[in-house]
Design a protein around this ligand. Structure first.
Ligand code: NYM
Ligand code: MG
Length: 217
């Protein structure tokens, strides 16, 4: 009889807009496949669900919502994906997630309207990532990579505030790995792959946890 499948790792990518998360998550997915490691991509916000459609029209500026309401919608958008993510991980597939609750906290806290504890509360108890890769990049470099698309939040001054909130969130989080994202893509990929292969091994021997921000709240 075959033993139980070891679970996949939950790997989260975080960073300001245009920090390169999307292209690196795609590269990583290909590299894991090439090594025979089952993996899947997911991104937040998931704009295809009912909450995601609301979020998308807020980001595109077609809809105005209070800072509290949009914050809770982003959180709901993650909670509604949780059972599916859990099944995927338990079936042995590593999940590569483009943004998660850290974006939720960093973008809302950057508005200055709510404190960190309030921002973290709705995401307490979400699936806990095995690894959070934070793409650190000066806002000036990110902004020069491509035109900002004109969505809400895509302004250098605001991104600066988001960046300092991300830095605060990473302090004292042992799953948080900072990757210098201002380097050439190949170097970033190499650094990312090393971290992720390690996390995939670690996850095999550790239970999947659903206690994000419970212990440090
Ligand atoms: N964003 C994303 C939030 O403000 N809160 C969240 O919880 C999440 C997941 O949405 N500027 C913001 C960050 C981005 C925007 O994300 C859309 P993307 O990855 O650019 O599609
Ligand atoms: Mg964006």
């Amino acid at each position: 009889m075959m033993g139980k499948q070891p679970r996949g790792a939950l790997v989260v990518f975080e960073g300001i807009d245009r920090s390169g998360k999307t292209s690196q998550t795609n590269l990583l997915n290909g590299a894991l496949s090439a090594r025979g490691i089952p993996s899947a991509l997911r991104r937040f916000p998931d704009r295809t669900t009912p909450t995601g459609l609301l979020i998308s029209s807020y980001l595109e500026g077609q809809k105005n919502l209070s800072d509290q309401v949009i914050h809770l919608l982003f959180s709901s958008n993650r909670w509604e994906a949780t059972s599916e993510m859990k099944e995927t991980l338990e079936s042995g597939t590593t999940l590569i997630v483009d943004r998660y609750a850290y974006s939720g906290v960093a973008y809302t806290a950057a508005k200055g309207a709510a404190d960190l504890d309030w921002c973290k509360a709705p995401d307490r108890g979400l699936l806990t990532p095995d690894l959070v890769i934070y793409f650190d990049i000066p806002t000036s470099v990110a902004a020069s990579r491509a035109e900002y698309g004109g969505e809400r939040y895509e302004k250098v001054e605001f991104q600066e505030k988001v960046r300092s909130q991300f830095a605060k969130l990473g302090e004292g989080d042992k799953r948080w790995a900072i990757v210098d994202a201002a380097r050439p893509g190949e170097d970033i990929h190499e650094a990312v792959l090393g971290l992720v292969l390690e996390a995939v091994e670690r996850a095999k021997n550790e239970p999947l946890r659903e206690d994000l921000w419970v212990s440090d709240y």
